[in-house]
Ligand binder design. Structure first.
Ligand code: HEC
Ligand code: HEC
Length: 367
């Protein structure tokens, strides 16, 4: 089991590595397009000021340019990859996944029996709680926004700062975190679960080869296995697999802009993000007291660097950014263009199209 996970992780990270390399090789050409687009963005902006309400001018205009920016299949494949069917053998691991799901939903994993993983990462709400920061067992809040657990297993690492390697490792953090589930110790968690007959059975079934299956570590293994099933195929995946009608015109324009503007330099790969750490405020400084990745590595250049979030289901996982300070997707797109790309002139039409594209990353059926 462990070996399979290890191999899987290795496989995924080499994919990511290949992706990033393809990215680098491409970045020269990318930069060119990007400058070009900046200029156009400026023009589009003025247009749109004259005619509020029909912000369509900017992009209609661009569409007519015919500068050969139309994405072809090869480019698309360089940047993006459709979701795999699955990343865990769900049949073979049925008992483990069933246990993991039960643990994920069980508030008894918290000190006052009130908070479960699902409280902050609701399975019926795209894996989030829709709060800027999350109230834990005492109503106390941490400083960071709850990211979605959907597709998280695909990420290069877990948490905004990547301090946990895998979903299996990550799952053990919140149970003991004083502002989250607040359990006093690993032993206390194990003791509590051992007193519940149903768990004794479920752990024995899930770890049938082990003598003493109910361990703290195995709680993480089970929850992680369940999280590996939380993949959410979208219309964009259909598009990547060749169904050209899977996106409408506005979504296609948005995709084009997402690539041409340079969003794709960071948000790429199978999760459209989740595969690198980048500084917030790369071009125009961004105000935040959170040092992000620096707190994990101590490396100067990691100050204010965060894991680039996956944009899958992004239309439904606000509020946005590591501190949940950005309320709307429009605002998140505008801030990204400004702070990450130095483009302070994105008009309404541009934002509308990019937002439309991002909407195509929503799960076809909510899990
Ligand atoms: C009180 C709210 C709360 C509870 C309860 C909670 N989480 Fe989280 N979760 C968060 C916050 C906040 C973060 C981001 C923290 C950070 O990055 O420093 C997070 C991060 C994560 C991530 C990382 C996702 C990513 O994109 O990096 C995963 C996976 C996750 N939690 C799963 C779980 C699981 C499994 C449980 C139950 C064992 C759980 N969480 C319990 C609030 C919560
Ligand atoms: C240089 C890398 C980089 C570029 C370029 C970039 N982003 Fe981001 N993006 C990030 C990082 C890092 C974050 C997390 C920032 C934070 O939370 O402080 C982020 C966050 C976001 C979020 C919020 C995600 C969430 O879950 O809160 C959205 C939406 C987004 N980016 C969209 C875009 C769009 C659209 C573009 C192009 C206009 C873009 N990004 C360009 C790195 C980048």
């Amino acid at each position: 089991m462990k070996l399979i996970l290890l191999l899987l992780t290795f496989f995924l990270s080499s994919l990511v590595y290949a992706q990033e390399n393809a990215q680098k090789q491409n970045s020269a050409g990318q930069q060119e397009q990007h400058k070009h687009e900046n200029g156009k963005g400026g023009a589009g902006h003025e247009h749109e000021h004259n005619g509020k309400g029909h912000g369509g001018h900017g992009h209609d205009h661009e569409g007519g340019h015919g500068h050969g920016h139309k994405l072809n299949e090869t480019q698309l494949k360089q940047f993006f990859e459709p979701l795999p069917e699955s990343i865990i053998d769900e049949q073979k691991n049925a008992a483990l996944i069933k246990l993991g799901k039960k643990l994920y939903l069980d508030p008894r994993l918290s000190v006052n029996d009130k908070i479960s993983c699902n409280s902050c990462h609701s399975l019926s709400n795209y894996g989030v709680d829709s709060e800027p920061t999350s109230p834990g067992h005492e109503g106390k809040r941490g400083g960071r926004n709850s990211p979605t657990t959907f597709n998280a297993a695909l990420h290069i690492a877990q948490f905004w700062d990547g301090r946990a390697g895998t979903v299996e490792e990550q799952a053990l953090g919140p149970i003991l975190n004083p502002v989250e589930m607040g359990m006093p110790s690993e032993d206390a968690v194990v003791k509590k679960l051992k007193a519940i007959d149903e768990y004794k059975t479920l752990f024995a079934e899930a770890f049938s080869d082990q003598k003493d299956p109910l361990t703290y570590k195995n709680i993480g293994v089970a929850i992680g296995a369940f999280e590996r099933t939380l993949l959410t195929p979208s219309r964009f995946d259909d598009f990547l697999k060749g169904d050209k009608n899977a996106l409408n015109e506005s979504e296609k324009r948005g995709l084009q802009k997402f690539v041409n503007m340079g969003c794709v330099n960071c948000h790429n790969g199978v999760a459209i993000g989740g595969n690198s750490f980048r500084k917030i405020g790369l071009v125009v400084p961004y105000e935040t007291s959170d040092m992000g990745r620096f707190e994990v590595t101590g490396i100067e250049s990691d100050k204010k660097a965060f894991k680039v979030p996956s944009l899958r289901n992004i239309a439904h996982t606000g509020p946005y950014f590591h501190d949940g300070s950005v309320e709307t997707l429009d605002e998140a797109i505008r801030l990204m263009a400004k702070h990450q790309l130095g483009n302070d002139h994105v008009g309404h039409g541009m934002i509308r199209d990019i937002k439309a594209f991002l909407g195509s990353l929503t799960a076809k059926e909510a899990k």
